[in-house]
Every structure is written in C-alpha cells, then in structure tokens.
Design a protein around this ligand. Structure first.
Ligand code: ADP
Ligand code: MG
Length: 319
C-alpha cells in the first residue's frame, strides 16, 4: 500500500542571532492511511515545528515531504489551497488560537467560509452537524470561548479542523492543557472520529502515556532528531535507544505494565543552535563513544518496522 505521508530527511532550521537553530534535523518516516503516528519528546525537541512543517504552516529547510504520493514540500499557490482542505492542525491551547470575539457557530463556520465550501442555510446546517459530531450541545452555538471550559474549547478546535473534511490532521498536544478527566473524553472523541471518517493523525505530545493508547507507531524525538520509531506496543515492551529507555524510566510504570529500564536521564540537553557534529544525545548517554561525538547516527531498521538512530544500539541490546 502506498503511504499517505512520507517524510524524507525533513529539516527545519530557524535563523537566530547566534546562528541557525536546528529545530528539526533530517527526520524520516512514513504514515499509512487511517493510522496514527505519535510523536513524543521533551519540550523544545522540535515536535511543534515538525507538525507545522507537515501541514505547510512552515517551509522546510531541507528534505522532502510526500502526501498522497506527491512531493508537496514546496507547493505552488494552487496546490497549497488544495492542501488546506486536506490537512488540518489542532493546537494545544484552543483559547489562543480562537478569536475571542467570535461565538462558537461563527468559529466553526469560519474555515468553511474562508474556503468557500458552504454558505447560507447549508452553512448553518453543516455547523450544527459539526457541533453534534464533536459533542458540543447546540445551546452553546452563541457562547464565546471564554464562557466555555477547556474541553469544550478543544471541541471547537476539533470541529473547525473537521469542517473542511480533511484526510490528515496534526494534533499538537491537544489534551495537554486539559484536566485529566476531560483528557480521556477528548482522546476518545479523536479515536472515534478517526474510525468514522478514516482520518490519519500525527499526534504530538510530551506525555508518553497519552500516545500509548492512540498511536499505531511512535516516533521519539530528541533535540530535533528522530532517535527511534516503531509500533507503539514494541516501544513500551522493548525500547532500543538509550534515550527512549530513559524516557520510559521517568514515567510511572504500573499503569504501563513494562519492565523498568535502568537508565536515568541526567545532564544538559545539547543546544540546537549550531549543534556540534555527532549524536545529539552523546552528552547525556551512558554508552557514549568517540564515534558518537564525531558522527550523527542514521536510523537503522534493527527489527521489522523498528528504526533506531544509535551507533551502539545492537551491542546495548545484544541484538
Ligand atoms: P516542541 O514543540 O517539541 O516543544 P518546538 O518545535 O516548539 O518544540 O521548538 C523546537 C526548537 O525551536 C526550540 O529550541 C525552540 O526554542 C525553537 N523555536 C521554535 N519556534 C521558533 C521560532 N519561531 N524562532 C526561533 N526558534 C524557534
Ligand atoms: Mg510544542
């Protein structure tokens, strides 16, 4: 089967007064239709930047991105418009991405109007249907974002994303700002919508326990780089990269039923501004060698579908 998404050594650098900041460094992956790729890593590792590059809100510095088998890394105006219907993004804090002066029904109608997809009575009908789909009671149609709780605000964000009938949605920490009880409701909604509408997600979060239940595959990022990518179950059962082992060791294990790896993450995260050559994790890695400091490891497929970017992954894991 053809993949719906394919990133090939995709990079995004920001220009800063101190030099280029390597926010995303040569990240490669594929995502099949109707599946979810979870993207995890600590704050600042480049998750949001990657998500924005994927939906075309940021222009890639290097590499290629394919959607529906077509290279859409630098789309022309016409293509960009077409992609705005097919790709959407849901943000962590819907409050800051929603215009506070617009009521719920206007907020949901906005993308439909902007892309001239509906108007008049048809627009009204579609807005009502979208509110039903995301579980927003119709009595909130004329409420303003500040009158609603975080969960309902996020439902507006989801309705807006769905309004244009996309195939692919980047969910950027969509539940991170919500109370734990509401997180589960919103996650369930996203899961149901995926099945109902055949959606493909890239689901970004700093919280591994959130992606565990929603992702088919998980991609772990460290300082702009992809360090590991594999099926979700395998990541929790057999993490192969020292950083992933450390991440898993840092979360409460009982709920996850995995053996506690014995790596403790310590030391400073390498600066992504003008980074030194070599592995970004070298300064914190207990297995660091001279090679690690000289050469950035490329992802290798060490088991079917299990990619690891570590010079010593084989020895460490006795593979
Ligand atoms: P995450 O979502 O994982 O927290 P981000 O993608 O937001 O990470 O940020 C990755 C890196 O890029 C960070 O070092 C951040 O400070 C930097 N960064 C993000 N946006 C900008 C920007 N507009 N200009 C310069 N640097 C940025
Ligand atoms: Mg972010």
């Amino acid at each position: 089967m053809e993949h719906l998404l394919e990133a090939k050594e995709l990079s995004k650098y920001y220009t800063t007064p101190n030099g280029p900041l390597h926010a995303v460094e040569q990240v490669s992956f594929t995502v099949d239709e109707k599946t979810t790729l979870g993207v995890v890593g600590e704050s600042g590792c480049g998750k949001s930047t990657l998500g924005r590059v994927l939906v075309g809100l940021l222009d890639a510095t290097g590499g290629d991105f394919f959607f529906e088998g077509e290279n859409v890394t630098h789309p022309d105006k016409k293509k960009r418009k077409e992609l705005r219907r097919k790709m959407q993004i849901i943000f962590q804090d819907p409050y800051s991405s929603l215009d506070p002066r617009m009521c719920v029904s206007d907020l949901i109608a906005e993308p439909l109007k902007a892309l001239k997809l509906a108007r008049g009575a048809e627009l009204e009908k579609q807005v009502q249907e979208l509110m039903d789909t995301v579980g927003l009671a119709r009595r909130f149609a004329y409420s303003y974002p500040h009158e609603l709780d975080g969960g309902r605000r996020q439902r507006i964000g989801i309705a807006r994303a769905l309004s244009v009938n996309p195939r692919f949605i980047v969910c950027d920490e969509p539940v991170s700002a919500l109370d734990v009880s509401i997180q589960a409701q919103v996650l369930n909604l996203l899961k149901e919508l995926q099945i109902e509408k055949g959606l493909t997600y890239v689901f970004i979060t700093h919280n591994l326990s959130v992606v565990k239940h929603i992702s088919h595959d998980i991609l772990v990022m460290y300082c702009g780089c992809m360090v590991e990518k594999c099926p979700s179950k395998e990541l929790f059962a057999q993490p192969l990269h020292p950083y992933t082992k450390g991440l898993l060791a840092a979360i409460p294990i009982p709920s996850l039923h995995v053996k506690k790896p014995d790596i403790v993450l310590s030391g400073e995260v390498t600066s992504p501004v003008n980074p030194k050559p070599g592995c970004r994790f070298a300064a914190r890695c207990p297995y660091v060698s001279d090679l690690c400091k000289q050469e950035m490891p490329k992802p290798q497929e060490l088991a079917p579908g299990h990619f690891v970017a570590c010079h010593h992954a084989k020895e460490i894991n006795s593979l």
